[in-house]
Design a protein around this ligand. Structure first.
Ligand code: PGA
Length: 237
Protein backbone atom coordinates (compact mmCIF):
# COMPACT_ATOMS: atom_id res chain seq x y z
CA UNK A 1 0.00 0.00 0.00
CA UNK A 2 1.41 3.40 -0.93
CA UNK A 3 1.58 6.22 1.60
CA UNK A 4 -0.13 9.52 0.74
CA UNK A 5 1.07 12.54 2.71
CA UNK A 6 -1.11 15.59 2.23
CA UNK A 7 0.63 18.85 3.01
CA UNK A 8 -1.89 21.70 3.30
CA UNK A 9 0.85 24.23 4.05
CA UNK A 10 -0.64 27.51 5.39
CA UNK A 11 -3.96 27.06 3.59
CA UNK A 12 -7.62 26.55 4.49
CA UNK A 13 -9.70 28.08 7.25
CA UNK A 14 -11.70 26.15 9.84
CA UNK A 15 -14.88 26.24 7.76
CA UNK A 16 -12.95 24.80 4.79
CA UNK A 17 -11.46 22.05 6.94
CA UNK A 18 -14.90 21.10 8.27
CA UNK A 19 -16.25 20.92 4.72
CA UNK A 20 -13.22 18.88 3.67
CA UNK A 21 -13.76 16.37 6.46
CA UNK A 22 -17.41 16.01 5.54
CA UNK A 23 -16.49 15.28 1.95
CA UNK A 24 -13.90 12.56 2.70
CA UNK A 25 -15.91 11.05 5.52
CA UNK A 26 -15.26 7.29 5.63
CA UNK A 27 -14.22 7.24 1.99
CA UNK A 28 -10.47 7.04 2.38
CA UNK A 29 -7.93 4.56 3.69
CA UNK A 30 -7.21 5.78 7.22
CA UNK A 31 -4.05 3.67 7.54
CA UNK A 32 -2.18 5.03 4.55
CA UNK A 33 -3.17 8.67 4.26
CA UNK A 34 -1.57 11.23 6.54
CA UNK A 35 -2.83 14.80 6.79
CA UNK A 36 -0.51 17.71 7.53
CA UNK A 37 -2.87 20.60 8.32
CA UNK A 38 -2.01 23.85 10.08
CA UNK A 39 -1.62 23.35 13.83
CA UNK A 40 -5.02 24.86 14.86
CA UNK A 41 -6.82 22.18 12.82
CA UNK A 42 -4.85 19.10 13.83
CA UNK A 43 -7.43 18.00 16.39
CA UNK A 44 -10.26 18.20 13.88
CA UNK A 45 -8.50 15.35 12.07
CA UNK A 46 -7.35 13.32 15.07
CA UNK A 47 -10.88 13.47 16.49
CA UNK A 48 -12.02 11.51 13.46
CA UNK A 49 -9.15 9.04 13.77
CA UNK A 50 -7.22 10.21 10.75
CA UNK A 51 -3.45 9.96 10.82
CA UNK A 52 -1.99 13.42 11.28
CA UNK A 53 1.44 14.99 11.17
CA UNK A 54 2.79 18.47 11.82
CA UNK A 55 4.49 20.49 9.12
CA UNK A 56 7.46 21.14 11.39
CA UNK A 57 8.51 21.03 15.05
CA UNK A 58 10.65 23.26 17.20
CA UNK A 59 14.27 22.18 17.56
CA UNK A 60 13.85 22.59 21.33
CA UNK A 61 11.58 20.67 23.67
CA UNK A 62 10.35 23.58 25.82
CA UNK A 63 11.20 27.15 26.76
CA UNK A 64 11.49 30.69 25.53
CA UNK A 65 11.13 30.16 21.78
CA UNK A 66 8.37 32.55 20.75
CA UNK A 67 6.31 31.32 17.85
CA UNK A 68 7.56 27.72 18.00
CA UNK A 69 5.52 24.64 18.94
CA UNK A 70 7.25 21.83 20.77
CA UNK A 71 6.96 18.19 19.89
CA UNK A 72 5.44 17.44 23.30
CA UNK A 73 2.69 19.96 22.61
CA UNK A 74 2.08 18.53 19.15
CA UNK A 75 2.01 15.00 20.57
CA UNK A 76 -0.79 16.11 22.86
CA UNK A 77 -2.78 17.03 19.77
CA UNK A 78 -2.27 13.50 18.47
CA UNK A 79 0.35 13.74 15.74
CA UNK A 80 2.20 10.59 14.73
CA UNK A 81 4.42 12.10 12.02
CA UNK A 82 6.17 15.36 11.25
CA UNK A 83 7.69 16.86 8.14
CA UNK A 84 11.23 18.04 8.73
CA UNK A 85 13.28 20.22 6.39
CA UNK A 86 10.57 20.97 3.86
CA UNK A 87 12.12 23.28 1.27
CA UNK A 88 9.81 26.13 2.29
CA UNK A 89 10.97 25.80 5.90
CA UNK A 90 14.59 25.62 4.75
CA UNK A 91 14.13 28.71 2.57
CA UNK A 92 12.42 31.02 5.05
CA UNK A 93 12.98 29.72 8.58
CA UNK A 94 15.17 26.70 9.17
CA UNK A 95 18.85 26.79 9.71
CA UNK A 96 20.33 23.55 8.33
CA UNK A 97 21.99 22.87 11.68
CA UNK A 98 18.57 22.53 13.35
CA UNK A 99 17.31 19.84 11.00
CA UNK A 100 19.36 17.08 12.55
CA UNK A 101 18.25 18.18 16.04
CA UNK A 102 14.61 18.06 14.96
CA UNK A 103 15.01 14.55 13.59
CA UNK A 104 16.54 13.48 16.92
CA UNK A 105 13.70 15.03 18.93
CA UNK A 106 11.06 13.42 16.74
CA UNK A 107 12.59 9.94 16.87
CA UNK A 108 13.16 10.14 20.62
CA UNK A 109 9.47 11.01 21.01
CA UNK A 110 8.32 8.14 18.80
CA UNK A 111 7.10 10.52 16.12
CA UNK A 112 8.13 9.50 12.61
CA UNK A 113 9.93 12.31 10.81
CA UNK A 114 9.60 12.66 7.06
CA UNK A 115 12.85 14.25 6.00
CA UNK A 116 12.44 16.34 2.84
CA UNK A 117 15.46 16.61 0.58
CA UNK A 118 15.88 17.88 -2.95
CA UNK A 119 18.01 19.92 -5.30
CA UNK A 120 17.16 23.54 -6.00
CA UNK A 121 17.87 23.53 -9.72
CA UNK A 122 17.56 20.79 -12.27
CA UNK A 123 21.10 19.54 -12.73
CA UNK A 124 22.79 16.41 -14.02
CA UNK A 125 22.47 13.19 -12.07
CA UNK A 126 25.87 13.36 -10.40
CA UNK A 127 25.20 16.89 -9.11
CA UNK A 128 21.79 15.85 -7.78
CA UNK A 129 23.27 12.78 -6.09
CA UNK A 130 25.97 14.87 -4.41
CA UNK A 131 23.38 17.28 -2.98
CA UNK A 132 21.17 14.47 -1.72
CA UNK A 133 24.10 12.63 -0.18
CA UNK A 134 25.10 15.77 1.73
CA UNK A 135 21.56 16.34 3.02
CA UNK A 136 21.25 12.71 4.13
CA UNK A 137 24.67 12.64 5.81
CA UNK A 138 23.92 15.90 7.62
CA UNK A 139 21.07 14.18 9.46
CA UNK A 140 21.94 10.51 9.61
CA UNK A 141 25.55 10.52 10.81
CA UNK A 142 24.59 12.26 14.07
CA UNK A 143 21.47 10.19 14.66
CA UNK A 144 22.43 6.79 13.31
CA UNK A 145 22.31 5.11 16.68
CA UNK A 146 18.62 6.08 17.04
CA UNK A 147 17.49 5.15 13.54
CA UNK A 148 15.95 2.01 12.14
CA UNK A 149 14.04 1.09 8.98
CA UNK A 150 10.70 2.18 10.44
CA UNK A 151 11.39 5.42 12.29
CA UNK A 152 12.47 7.68 9.43
CA UNK A 153 10.93 8.32 6.01
CA UNK A 154 12.58 10.20 3.17
CA UNK A 155 10.66 12.50 0.81
CA UNK A 156 12.54 13.36 -2.35
CA UNK A 157 11.23 16.74 -3.46
CA UNK A 158 13.17 18.49 -6.23
CA UNK A 159 12.56 22.13 -5.35
CA UNK A 160 12.09 23.11 -9.00
CA UNK A 161 9.22 20.62 -9.21
CA UNK A 162 7.27 22.03 -6.25
CA UNK A 163 4.23 23.98 -7.38
CA UNK A 164 5.52 24.15 -10.97
CA UNK A 165 3.48 21.41 -12.65
CA UNK A 166 6.76 19.99 -13.90
CA UNK A 167 8.08 16.66 -12.66
CA UNK A 168 11.39 14.94 -13.38
CA UNK A 169 11.36 12.55 -16.33
CA UNK A 170 10.89 8.94 -15.40
CA UNK A 171 14.39 7.88 -16.07
CA UNK A 172 15.93 10.62 -13.93
CA UNK A 173 13.49 10.03 -11.11
CA UNK A 174 14.08 6.29 -11.15
CA UNK A 175 17.84 6.88 -11.01
CA UNK A 176 17.50 9.34 -8.14
CA UNK A 177 15.26 7.07 -6.08
CA UNK A 178 17.64 4.15 -6.67
CA UNK A 179 20.57 6.33 -5.68
CA UNK A 180 18.93 7.31 -2.38
CA UNK A 181 17.91 3.73 -1.66
CA UNK A 182 21.32 2.24 -2.46
CA UNK A 183 23.21 4.96 -0.63
CA UNK A 184 21.18 4.43 2.54
CA UNK A 185 21.56 0.67 2.41
CA UNK A 186 25.25 0.61 1.53
CA UNK A 187 26.37 3.41 3.83
CA UNK A 188 24.03 3.15 6.80
CA UNK A 189 22.39 -0.24 6.46
CA UNK A 190 19.01 1.51 6.41
CA UNK A 191 16.18 0.48 4.12
CA UNK A 192 13.78 3.43 4.35
CA UNK A 193 10.49 4.28 2.69
CA UNK A 194 11.06 6.86 -0.04
CA UNK A 195 8.30 9.22 -1.18
CA UNK A 196 8.23 11.60 -4.11
CA UNK A 197 6.86 15.17 -3.84
CA UNK A 198 6.54 18.04 -6.28
CA UNK A 199 3.55 18.67 -8.60
CA UNK A 200 1.85 15.37 -7.90
CA UNK A 201 -1.64 15.48 -9.41
CA UNK A 202 -3.90 13.25 -11.45
CA UNK A 203 -2.06 14.14 -14.68
CA UNK A 204 1.45 13.52 -13.41
CA UNK A 205 0.44 10.44 -11.44
CA UNK A 206 0.24 8.16 -14.49
CA UNK A 207 3.91 8.63 -15.19
CA UNK A 208 4.93 8.53 -11.50
CA UNK A 209 3.07 5.29 -10.95
CA UNK A 210 5.43 3.57 -13.41
CA UNK A 211 8.22 3.94 -10.86
CA UNK A 212 7.75 0.88 -8.74
CA UNK A 213 10.48 1.87 -6.30
CA UNK A 214 8.36 4.70 -4.87
CA UNK A 215 6.61 4.06 -1.56
CA UNK A 216 4.23 7.00 -1.81
CA UNK A 217 3.77 10.70 -2.42
CA UNK A 218 3.92 14.02 -0.61
CA UNK A 219 1.24 16.19 -2.19
CA UNK A 220 0.81 19.93 -1.72
CA UNK A 221 -1.65 22.09 -3.61
CA UNK A 222 -3.50 19.22 -5.28
CA UNK A 223 -4.48 17.89 -1.86
CA UNK A 224 -6.36 21.06 -0.91
CA UNK A 225 -9.48 19.82 -2.66
CA UNK A 226 -10.98 16.73 -1.04
CA UNK A 227 -12.34 15.45 -4.36
CA UNK A 228 -8.77 15.36 -5.68
CA UNK A 229 -7.71 13.24 -2.73
CA UNK A 230 -10.58 10.83 -3.27
CA UNK A 231 -9.65 10.53 -6.94
CA UNK A 232 -5.96 10.03 -6.31
CA UNK A 233 -6.45 7.49 -3.55
CA UNK A 234 -8.86 5.53 -5.72
CA UNK A 235 -6.23 5.42 -8.42
CA UNK A 236 -3.32 4.16 -6.34
CA UNK A 237 -4.73 2.22 -3.42
P1 PGA B 1 3.08 20.66 -4.61
O1 PGA B 1 3.89 20.77 -3.25
O2 PGA B 1 2.41 19.32 -4.64
O3 PGA B 1 2.11 21.79 -4.56
O4 PGA B 1 4.07 20.79 -5.74
C1 PGA B 1 4.57 19.67 -2.72
C2 PGA B 1 5.24 20.06 -1.43
O5 PGA B 1 5.66 21.23 -1.30
O6 PGA B 1 5.37 19.25 -0.51
Amino acid sequence: MKLLCLNFKMNLLKKDVLKYLKCIDNKIDKDNIIFFPSIPYIELFTKENYLVGSQDISFKDFGSFTGDTSIEQLKELGIKYTLIGHSERRKYFDDDKYISKKIKLAVENNIIPILCIGEELKGDQSETNAILKEKLDEVIIENLILLNNDNLIIAYEPIWAIGSDIIPNNNDLKNTISFIDNYLINTYNLHLKILYGGSVNLDTLDSLEKIKELDGYLIGSFSLKPENVLAISKKIM
